[in-house]
Design a protein around this ligand. Structure first.
Ligand SMILES: [Zn+2]
Length: 239
């Protein structure tokens, strides 16, 4: 989806994924919603807020019997103003319905994203091989971001190798393995995002922490993340 981001000039911090509806004026946030949230009223997309709409694996039904209707609702929600991505959607080994149901939904959602040329924000818990398989099969030509990443460096490398973007969970900034890996290979940050998710932390606070642990200037990190926002969401930066 192409849209103008004339506003990006005034923005300091990009929050790639949050569940909070109200956000700091200096931040640009991608607020995660479900189709039902958009049925009656569209939340304000004023300020610097954008939306992603998806079906979280935790909240999927127990069977894929209604998948056609569910995807239809999602399709309609994705057309609303301010929606720039699909998500979150994904696979979770520890919560949600049967893995076959989760896979059926994710497959349908990826096909829809391909049709609409929209990037996807992914929730993935202990299903990286399955996710990579579905990406190869159903997700060429649009970007996928694994959000809330807080796992080891080997899996991080795999995801990057397979062309995923990765947004780090606030807790990942406390991990020595991840932080020292990024210090050694700062180019990883060209495919990375930062997020508040449901942490209750501010994005400003997260950028300050990230700059410290990555040993970077906060301004430099902020600019890098703005570039990543434009590349990942395929928005036009005409600031
Ligand atoms: Zn989330």
């Amino acid at each position: 989806m192409k849209l103008s981001t004339r506003k990006l000039g005034g923005v300091k911090f990009i929050d790639f994924h949050t569940h909070r509806r109200t956000v700091a004026p200096e931040a640009l946030s991608v607020i995660s919603l479900e189709p039902g949230d958009l049925e009656n009223s569209v939340p304000e997309s004023g300020g610097n807020n954008f939306f992603s709409v998806g079906m979280h694996p935790w909240r999927l039904p127990d069977s894929a019997g209604n998948i056609g209707d569910d995807l239809g609702k999602l399709r309609r929600a994705l057309r609303k103003r301010g929606v720039i991505a699909v998500g979150e959607a994904g696979l979770d080994r520890l919560r949600g319905p049967d893995m076959e149901v989760q896979k059926a939904y994710l497959t349908g959602i990826l096909k829809l994203a391909g049709e609409l040329s929209m990037p996807v924000i992914i929730h993935c818990v202990r299903c990286y091989p399955e996710l990579t398989f579905l990406k190869k099969r159903f997700a060429s030509g649009f970007n996928l971001l694994v959000h809330g990443y807080n796992n080891n460096v080997r899996i991080l490398e795999e995801l990057l190798k397979h062309g995923f973007y990765v947004s780090f969970a606030p807790a990942a900034l406390e991990r020595d393995d991840i932080c020292s890996y990024i210090r050694q290979k700062p180019e990883i940050l060209y495919r990375a995002g930062l997020e508040t998710d449901d942490s209750g932390l501010t994005i400003e606070n997260i950028f300050a922490r990230a700059a410290r642990v990555f040993e970077m200037d906060v301004e430099e990190l902020a600019q890098l993340m703005k570039n990543n926002f434009v590349t990942f969401f395929q928005v036009e930066d005409d600031a």
